[in-house]
Design a protein around this ligand. Structure first.
Ligand code: ZN
Length: 186
């Protein structure tokens, strides 16, 4: 069974946040998992597949081709696809979009992670972006905006996309330098 993590590496221009903030997280997870395996004897219970996609901005081309080519094995063996793209675009609250089958595990993990604003990720998320109908943090639906789309839509694999974001009360449609020539880390 496969647990698949992915992020694209192409950018419209410099791409400091989109996709490089996500790439930094993906590479750090790979580095830490290697340390756990080599130095702490950790053995994952599932095969973990790290993916770095090309041509996401041109139409999810790298991930779509890969999913189509490996459709049989993915649709029978993939447990979940975990996407990061822009992993940090603000310092206000955690944001998740996900298949409903993953809501509970996202909540469970968020309770274990400290939030930079104090308390757990779950506590700040519930306070700053709750669901309207019930007392739970808000989780959105996945659309077609990143490499999770071929996994979820074409192969039927439960997927999620997570990031840390700004306060939506600012009414910004995105962070100001998104996809611009000024999106640098310098
Ligand atoms: Zn992106």
């Amino acid at each position: 069974r496969y647990v698949i993590l992915g992020n694209h590496h192409d950018a419209w221009v410099f791409g400091a946040l989109d996709p490089s903030s996500g790439t930094a997280c993906l590479l750090e997870i790979a580095r830490v998992f290697k340390v756990l395996v080599d130095q702490h004897g950790w053995k994952p219970r599932r095969s973990i597949v790290f993916c770095s996609w090309g041509a996401e901005e041109y139409g999810l081309i790298g991930s779509t081709e890969w999913v189509e080519e490996n459709m049989k094995s993915l649709s029978s063996k993939a447990v979940v696809y975990l996407n990061v793209d822009i992993s940090v675009q603000g310092n206000y609250v955690f944001r998740a979009k996900s298949s409903p089958t993953l809501y509970q595990v996202i909540y469970d993990v968020a309770k274990k992670i400290p939030d930079p604003n104090g308390g757990s990720l779950y506590d700040i998320w519930l306070k700053r972006n709750p669901m309207k109908e019930e007392s739970l943090p808000y989780i959105g639906n996945l659309g077609s905006g990143s490499d999770y789309a071929p996994f979820m839509v074409t192969a039927g694999i439960s997927s999620l996309d997570i990031r840390y974001t700004y306060d939506s009360a600012t009414n910004l449609s995105s962070y100001p330098l998104y996809h611009s020539m000024y999106e640098t880390s310098i």
